[in-house]
Design a protein around this ligand. Sequence first.
Ligand code: ZN
Ligand code: ZN
Length: 350
Amino acid sequence: MRCECMHEFGAPLVHEDRSDPTPTGTEVLVKITAAGLCHSDLHIHSGNYDLGHGRKLEFASRGLELPVILGHEIAGEIVATGAEVKGLDTNSTYVVFPWQGCGECRKCLEGAENFCLKPRNLGFHTDGGFASMIKVKHPRYLFDIGDMDPAIAAPLACSGLTAFSALKKVEDTIAETPLVIIGAGGLGLMCVGLVQALGGLPPVVVDIDPAKRAAALEAGAGAVIDGKAEDAMAQIQAAVGAPIPSVIDFVAAPATAGMSFDMVSKGGKVILVGLFGGASDWPLPMFPLKAVSVIGSVVGSLPEFAELIDLARAGKVQPLQTTRYALEEANDAMHELEEGRIVGRAVLVP
Ligand SMILES: [Zn+2]
Ligand SMILES: [Zn+2]
C-alpha cells in the first residue's frame, strides 16, 4: 500500500510504500477510493489547539503517537475480510465511520462511540485515510453508499456528520425561523443542504469571504451576510425577521462566538462546532438573564451517521463541490486548504 505519513508535527507528509495489511477476526481491509481533507487535519498536523490566554492543548498528550497517517473521511471498496466477518456485501462501496471507541463502555454500546473515553479515532489515534488502503476493525463502521460517488460520500463521515449532529440539536426550531449559520466552509455549506433535507427554512449564512457567501447562496441559503460589515448584526436580525432561536457557529473564533451569543434570543441555543481556537469573553450575567444554552458539538454517533447516510442515499443531501487531488499531492492539498483556497471539500483520490 501507499501512504502519505506524518512523522513530525508541522513538517511535510512523507510518501511511503508499505506491505498490504492482512485482516484477521472482525477486521475488514478497505481499498480507499476517496479521502476528504478536513480542517481538523490541519490542526492535528500543527500539533495543538490554541486555547487562548497563551494556553495550548497538545495532541501528543492526548494519545496521538507519531508517525500516523492523517485523514478521517474515507470511502472505498472491500478487498479482504477476517474470518469472523459475515454477511458483508463485498461488492458494495462503503464510507467508514471514523469516530471509533473501545466498543465496550456504556457510550459505545449505545452507539455514541464519539463519546468514548478511550477513543480510537481514525487519522488521529490510529492510521487514517491518506493512503491506498486501511484496515477497519469491525464491519459496524462500514456504511453502504449505494451508487454514490465515493468522493461525495467520504466527507459525510466528518463534515457531513458534524453538521448533521449540530443541526439535530436545533432541529425543533428550523421549520419556524431561519437558522443562522456562521461560516460557509465545508461544514457550513453541508449544513445549508441538510437544513433543507430536514424540512427547515432556507438558513441565513454569515461569512467574511465573498466566494464562500456565493457558494452558500448556491447551496440554498436564504440570505448571506458579510460578518465583517459594520452593521452585520442588524443585517442578520433583518434577514431572520424574528427573534433568533438558534445559531450554529462553525468557526467558533472569539469574534464569531461573541456575535453568536449576542444575537441569540431569550431561551435560545448557540451550538459551537468550529475549532478555530482562542478564548471567549462572554458577559456571564447574560447567560441566566437570556437563559441561553451554549452547547458544544463534536462529530456524531453511529445512529446519527446511519440516518445521514439514508438521507444521502435518498438524494436528499446536496453534494459538496469537490476539488480532487492524487494521493501523492496530499501536501499541496493541505497547503491549499490552509490558505483558504478550497471552496467545498478537497478530496484525495488514491
Ligand atoms: Zn474532520
Ligand atoms: Zn467505549
